[in-house]
Design a protein around this ligand. Sequence first.
Ligand SMILES: C[S@@+](CC[C@H](N)C(=O)[O-])C[C@H]1O[C@@H](n2cnc3c(N)ncnc32)[C@H](O)[C@@H]1O
Length: 349
Amino acid sequence: MDVDQDRLNEFLHRFVGDLGATMAAGSVVVGDRLGLYRALAEKPQRPQELAERTGTAPRYVEEWLRGQAAGGYVEYDADAGVYSLSPEQAFALTDPDGPLYAPGAFQLALGALRAEPEVVQAFRTGEGIGWHEHDQDVFAGCERFFRPGYIGNLLTSWLPALDGIEARLREGAKVADIGCGLGASTILMAGAYPRSAFTGFDYHEGSVTQARSRAADAGAGARFETASAQEFGGGPYDLVTSFDCLHDMGDPLGAARHVHRSLTPDGTWMIVEPAAGDTVTDNLNPVGRVYYSFSTFLCVPNALSQEGGYSLGAQAGENPIHRLASDAGFTRFRRVAETPFNIVYEARP
Ligand SMILES: C[S@@+](CC[C@H](N)C(=O)[O-])C[C@H]1O[C@@H](n2cnc3c(N)ncnc32)[C@H](O)[C@@H]1O
């Protein structure tokens, strides 16, 4: 084999980083579940002290801290023998209600990876794996992965970017949030617009049950019902929203047609989808890697498990979404906002 030593070294460097990151995913979730990051954010500490504060075993905490420092997730002062979190690390690792929460993403990743044996089998058979068949960490992790982006953008930039929607929501509109999962988006909107009526729909009953209890905890007046995007009822709606779920569906065109039927004549469908370019080459970057990998474990298998058996994949890009909306009867379509993780489209009858 004609192996170029420099290119091999470059690949090995990447591989070691990825291997460390893969194992560190587990360590991040451990730190999150045990409150290690939150306790460390209070002040620099030795392992013994952090263990005492968190009711954990010192030798485990010591090893965890060393690995975290090696990965740049905590700081280490060798002279003082103490570990700490920089303001930036604390920002990303300690606040589930902030605009960035890395532990939620790792929880989703670990939950998805638990299906590895089933995914291997699905590659052989071509059959699907339903969202509902995954580990509980997929549902909770998905919510914790996406919610920070919704907190940071939904009320302040995405809804205001839609034509006339903010005013209608303030006055009192009827809204369906389809594929709502644990209801993060529904609850945020319901909290901000108390005169409007929000119903979240998801085909997965377990998620709907959890969404109801989260809404009760948040004191939000949102309702939740178990129904697929192709069959949800209760219309006509002024606004239908779909957050990071259209590409998960086996019959996205059926869903788009049903949304079209369920809107008032001047209603709006807000489609939030993962950020993606139009070609595979456009997506060969770190965000594309994240989404293609989640897509292989979650989105494509779920779509292939459903009636329709068609899968957009998590990196479909704008053109297929636009085509889908047009095929479903929407005559107006535009991209209204984007972030590193999401693109927001407005489709109108
Ligand atoms: C990636 S999660 C996003 C959940 C939520 N919208 C969020 O942003 O946190 C995809 C959701 O789509 C739901 N889903 C998949 N296929 C569906 C369908 N055909 N009808 C309704 N919901 C569906 C799943 O149960 C899951 O809750």
